[in-house]
Each structure stands twice: as C-alpha cells, then as structure tokens.
Design a protein around this ligand. Structure first.
Ligand SMILES: [Zn+2]
Ligand SMILES: [Zn+2]
Length: 351
C-alpha cells in the first residue's frame, strides 16, 4: 500500500513509499482509513520542529476515521465493519502517576500514532483496541476524522479552563482548532470573539457562519480596545489561544481579565517571547494543553452527536494522498481550513 513516510529526522525527508500492509496483533484492531486530516503538528513533523518523540521511518498522520477491517483474537466489543475512530496515544506505561490518574497524555513513555508508530496517511492502520471508539450514527466520516482535534479542544476547555454562561471568551486564531473551540464555548453559553489576521479573512467569515458573536481582524482593529468595549473595560473571562503566534499571545494577555483562564493550545514550534509578568499582575490561571484523555474523546463524540458542534464545514479541501505536498503547502499558506488526504481507493468530495 502507498503511505506518506517521514523517512529520516531533519527538515523535509517525507515521501510516498510502498509499504507492506500492517499485521493486526491479538489485542489490536486493523482499520481501513476512510478520511485522514492534516494536523498542524504534521507540518511540525515535516519541518522537524516538534518536541514530541518521532521515530523515523514512520507513516505520519493521526487524525482519521475508518472502518474495522480485522480484529485481534482477544478483542471484544468490536466487529469487522464498525465505523470507528482511534485515540492517538498508541502506548503509555500505564503505571506512572500520570497514567494511573488518567492523564496518560502526559506520560513520559507516551508514544503516538503517526509520530512513533505507523500512522494513517495510508490505506490501513493498526491500533490497540483500548484506544478505539465507535462513531455514533449520523456522523459522517469527514466529521469523525476531526474527533481527535475536537478531543484536544475538549481537554483544553473542560480540564484546563472554566467557561460559564455569559462569559466573554476570546478565541485567538481561527484555524480548525479555533473554530472548534469557538463552537464549544458557544455551546457552554459564552459570548465568543474570534480574532485573526488579514490572511484569515475566509476563516473569520466561517467563524461568523458557525456562530461566533464577533470576529475581528486584528490588523485592522484594536483587539484590546474592542474587548474592553464589550466587557466594561475588564477584559475577556477566558482566552483560548489557538494560533501559537507570539504577537497573538501577547495581545491576548493584554485582552484577558484579571484572574481569567488562559489556555495555550496552539504550539509555537520554537521559543518565543511574551510578557509573562502579566500572568503575575493579573493572577491568571495560565495553562498549556497537550493532547487529550479518554473522557475528552467521549465528550467530543457526544458533542458531535448532539449537533452542538458542526465540523463538516471545516473540512473544505480534500486531496488524494499523492498530492500531500500540495496539501501541506496550501495548509501552511492557510489556503483552506481542515485539509483531508484521501487514500487512493476512497472517494473525493471537494478540492
Ligand atoms: Zn492532531
Ligand atoms: Zn505513564
């Protein structure tokens, strides 16, 4: 089968290769990939600027939906033909304090699908049965392929911040993650401001269509002035920073209220400079967020099933797997929102 492989450490070093189909172990499930989303961290793997352990040569990609093709002999509760998604924490130690407290996303031994273990930019992938979740009825493969990023956003919002009805929430960065964060904040009853740059205009438009109360191009409007104007000068109750860009982080730190919740979701990919003194002077609840946990997946699937979030419009570009380079470039140029790479034998929807 054809697969997109990161074949060596260092920038670039990615190509389509012919690889053997993976073998399904006794406790594993083999999944036929239907839709495969490109994540910002796939670009970081491409550029080799990510701190999460990568083990080349490895098939990249971790956001996907599919159908069970085979189950290992010890696996219960699943059948061939089930529509499924899989968590990306392929392995973790299971005995450290983080693992036993349910925070296996933080286990030092955590090894990830598409980084350490062969991922999903290919036809078939094999994952531990314990990481697999069934896709509820009525959710398309396209939407389901975004369960992973949605689960990460659920972790950031439900485990690391507090959003109350009526709160003003600033979502900084209108990429796929930002648009998911906005929708969950709306579902929680918040008033949401989504901020972005001139090259984000299309995504800001999408934010508006998906329910954002305000969208702001910060190259044409003063973010802090605006947030002050709708909060009586206090600032946003919660910031969900999804861009990872230093100037955005800095202005979000100015736009947030004292004692507010600030969650850094976007990865800068390098050391950056921002005014951390604001965290002290404002007594902020300042946290980062990494990956997701089991209950984040359950919540993500529930929110999709109940129609509290609408993911399908985010996936506005689908390209065949062989055109991965075009997709990566366009993604980097922000020419689209969520990009899907489709295995050769699956059908393409939009391009
Ligand atoms: Zn991802
Ligand atoms: Zn552990």
């Amino acid at each position: 089968m054809k697969a997109l492989v990161k074949y060596a450490a260092g920038p670039g070093n990615m190509e389509i290769r012919d690889v053997p189909e993976p073998v399904c172990g006794d406790d594993q499930i083999k999944i036929k990939v239907k839709k495969a989303g490109i994540c910002g961290s796939d670009l970081h793997i491409y550029h080799s600027d990510i701190a999460i352990p990568v083990n080349p040569p490895v098939i990249v990609g971790h956001e996907f939906s599919g159908v069970i093709a085979e189950i290992g002999k010890n696996v219960k509760d699943f059948e061939v033909g089930d529509r499924v998604v899989s968590e990306t924490a392929f392995s973790f130690c299971g005995v450290c304090d983080y693992c036993t407290e349910g925070y296996y996303n933080l286990c030092n031994e955590r090894r990830t699908l598409g980084y350490w273990y062969d991922g999903i930019f290919t036809d078939y992938t094999v994952v531990p049965a314990g990481r697999v979740h069934k896709i509820p009825e009525g959710i398309s493969f396209t939407a389901a392929a975004m369960t992973e990023p949605l689960a990460c956003v659920c972790h950031a919002i439900y485990d690391l911040s507090v959003i109350r009805a009526g709160d003003i929430v600033l979502v900084s960065g209108p990429g796929a993650i930002g648009l998911m964060a906005m929708q969950i904040a709306k579902a929680e009853g918040a008033i949401v401001v989504v901020s972005g740059l001139t090259h984000d205009l299309e995504r800001l438009e999408m934010a508006k269509e998906l329910g954002a109360d305000y969208v702001l191009n910060v190259q044409e409007n003063d973010l802090i002035e605006f947030v002050n104007s709708i909060t009586g000068g206090y600032g946003a109750d919660v910031v969900l920073e999804c861009s990872g860009a230093a100037p955005a982080i800095d202005s979000a730190l100015q736009a947030i209220k004292k004692r507010g919740y600030f969650v850094q979701i976007g990865l800068p990919g390098k050391k950056i400079t921002f005014d951390i003194e604001k965290v002290c002077y404002k007594e902020l609840h300042f946290s980062g967020s990494l990956g997701s946990r089991k209950h984040s997946w359950r919540t993500a699937l529930k929110l999709m099933k109940q129609g509290k979030v609408n993911l399908e419009p985010l996936a506005n570009v689908e390209l065949p797997l062989e055109e991965w380079e075009t997709a990566f470039n366009r993604f980097e140029q922000k020419d689209g929102c969520k990009f899907m790479l489709i295995p050769a034998d699956e059908q393409l929807n939009c391009s």
